[in-house]
Design a protein. Structure first.
Length: 644
């Protein structure tokens, strides 16, 4: 019986296997022959000493840290969760470097969108110091002391930030789907460095754009009022998106207001389309410039099919046909466009005239009708305005005080999630610098708006709050407590304000909480001084303060099963058999496994895939009982049997 590996996904091993599939000839006795690899790659190898590259002190170590498996685990915390049994959302407390490693098997290539708001490295915010040797121990040390800022006087000010960001982005890329995207908020302090490491990690060809959020004047600035921040966006695989016609669009703002106004004008004017069109033009003029509906004021004509824009009917490059066309409303001959009609033949144009799709205005050049209902989405602009004070005010109102400084705007994130994800329940949105959980709040709002089924994964280091802060005085000892409480309050508020909305009972406002910790299994201590005690301790390899449920979720992580997978508990005498994924994984973690459990397992074997069975190593009375169990299961074609 093979033991289940106690580490997270080994990315180095995975990369070697992929390389072996591509170029098996470059491997000699399990090692890479780099000279042969150079020959295979031909002219694509650059060995020029003065080539372009972006490097800094510690970069090699940052790459190694990203590839080093984690020995930790994520322990369930039902007490601080919400709707544990039904939710498919996750809130994870822990160092995001280790958490990203632990998520590699279960969520590799499954995340549709990542948004992060990392430390801007302004000299006041905290920058993680990773420990290559034991980051779990490092994490525990960090969470038991006040975190320290990265001052500008630090000789490796930018270097520390780069070493923190690089491995996290490397790991994040693995989690993205082929059509996945990542958004990263940043300011002028590190925007140039962020763009360079993203070019390296994601590839320059996968750059989507650099969005500029203009948030309003800052009079407290030292030199000039920097009124903007950035959101750098990259795709996992731009070629895949283009080949599969995956388009990123945003819905035009203020459309409901326009439709509502047209509807009321039609009633007031007995469907007189000429009067309604004129009234609609007059209405647009009354709107202030900042009104979102004013952006669509060129859609100012109305007919029986709806609101439309009278657009150019001519051929762009010129040289189109100039047929003699009669205005069907007046019988007048109309002027042809100077560049000719944008139609390949007269029959097509006459068909559009017959169907009422051409706009006529006396003898003037006619126009093509472009209906608003058919053009509700548009290309996303890289520059947008949103007063940054609004998000702070809304969060203060929700939480009853100023408990988090400079939260991101949930409405902006709602727009970005809407543009870059679908309604699908498979669409997962990840934020591994989740702060006050703005991303979770935005996603719940969006799911309410369009009846979507997107799921979130929030990851946050439980940084201690300042004892003098309003948050600490309000009882929030760390940032995670703020984030979880925000999701609770936001979800309840959304449901309360929309209790009459159809389907509101299906809105997922819950979350499962998991906390980063060392493995649930004991490690062998070979010290001769405590040999007798060590032998006694290893009678059971489960740590004393851990439960079978803790161990079960560690098994899920290291078996590649999602943490929100449905788990069925089957009682077999005094034993418990866990059925995960309709028989894909069957687990029994009791100390004394009976024959009844072995007989029960085949009844729950998956009809769709090979079933994996896992027992606790100490669960069998003897080696003979273990061997007998394996042989019994093989009779039912259950070959993958492991122990922990």
């Amino acid at each position: 019986m093979e033991n289940l590996k106690g580490k997270s996904m080994d990315l180095t091993e995975d990369n070697l296997n992929k390389l072996k599939e591509l170029f098996p000839e470059v491997f000699e006795e399990g090692k890479i022959d780099f000279e042969k690899l150079r020959l295979v790659l031909g002219d694509e190898v650059d060995d020029n000493e003065e080539r372009y590259e972006f490097t800094w002190h510690g970069k090699n170590n940052a790459i190694r840290i990203a590839q080093t498996p984690s020995t930790g685990t994520l322990r369930p915390d039902k007490e601080s969760s919400k709707n544990w049994d039904n939710t498919e959302n996750l809130y994870i407390e822990g160092d995001n470097l280790e958490v990203l490693k632990l998520l590699q098997k279960s969520y590799f290539g499954k995340v549709k969108m990542i948004y992060i708001d990392p430390p801007y490295n302004t000299g006041n915010d905290f920058v993680y110091k990773d420990d290559f040797r034991d980051n779990i121990a490092n994490y525990k040390e960090i969470t038991n002391q006040s975190t320290k800022a990265n001052p500008e006087t630090n000789g490796r000010y930018h270097t520390d930030w780069l070493n923190m960001m690089y491995p996290r982005l490397k790991l994040a890329r693995n989690l993205l789907r082929e059509d996945g995207v990542i958004f990263i908020s940043i300011d002028d302090n590190e925007v140039s460095n962020l763009r360079k490491i993203c070019d390296e990690v994601f590839g320059e060809g996968n750059f989507i754009g650099n969005f500029i959020w203009r948030g309003g004047r800052r009079n407290a600035a030292k030199v000039i009022s920097t009124s903007h921040e950035y959101m750098i966006a990259f795709s996992k695989n731009m070629s895949y998106c283009m080949e599969n016609n995956i388009l990123w669009r945003e819905k035009k703002k203020g459309l409901n207001k326009i439709y509502s106004k047209v509807s009321s004008l039609l009633k007031e004017n007995d469907n007189d389309y000429d009067i309604v069109s004129q009234e609609l033009k007059n209405w647009y003029k009354t709107l202030p410039d900042e009104d979102e509906s004013k952006l669509s004021e060129h859609y100012c004509w109305v007919d029986s099919k709806g609101v439309y824009f009278a657009s150019d009917i001519s051929r762009g490059g010129g040289g189109g046909p100039k047929w003699n066309i009669v205005n069907p409303n007046t019988g007048e001959l109309v002027k042809p466009p100077a560049r000719g009609y944008a139609y390949s033949n007269l029959d097509e144009l006459e068909l559009d005239i017959k169907n009422g799709l051409i706009h006529f205005n006396g003898s003037s050049v006619p126009c093509k009708k472009r209906y608003l209902k058919d053009n509700e989405v548009q290309l996303i602009e890289t520059v947008f305005y949103k007063d940054r004070r609004g998000s702070s005010k809304r969060l203060r109102s929700l939480m009853g005080g100023n408990i988090f400084d400079f939260p991101k705007d949930e409405n902006i994130l709602c727009d970005k999630i809407e543009s870059f994800t679908s309604l699908s329940e498979d669409d997962i949105v990840l934020d591994f610098f989740s702060g006050s959980s703005t991303t979770a709040h935005a996603l719940i709002n969006l799911n309410l708006k369009d009846n979507g089924n997107r799921k979130f994964i929030m990851v946050q280091l439980p940084e201690l709050t300042d004892e003098k802060s309003e948050a600490h005085k309000a009882g929030y000892k760390n940032i995670c407590e703020i984030g979880k409480e925000r999701i609770r309050r936001a979800g309840d508020k959304i449901v309360s304000e929309n209790k009459d909305k159809e389907g509101i009972e299906n809105l997922d406002i819950g979350f499962k909480v998991f906390k980063l910790d060392s493995s649930n299994l004991k490690s062998w201590d070979s010290s001769m001084d405590n040999l007798e005690q060590n032998l006694l301790d290893m009678v059971s390899n489960l740590k004393q303060d851990r439960t079978n449920e803790d161990l079960l979720y560690e098994i899920l992580l290291k078996s590649g099963v999602e943490l929100t997978a449905k788990i069925e508990e089957i009682k077999v005498g005094y034993n418990t058999l866990y059925n995960i994924g309709c028989g894909a994984l069957l687990v029994c973690l009791d100390d004394k496994i009976t024959q009844d459990v072995i007989d029960e397992i085949p009844k729950h074997k998956s009809p769709f895939m090979d079933t994996k069975v896992i027992f606790k190593e100490a669960g069998f009375m003897s080696d003979a009982a273990k061997i007998n169990a394996v042989q019994n299961l093989k009779q039912f074609k259950i070959e993958d049997v492991r122990s922990v």
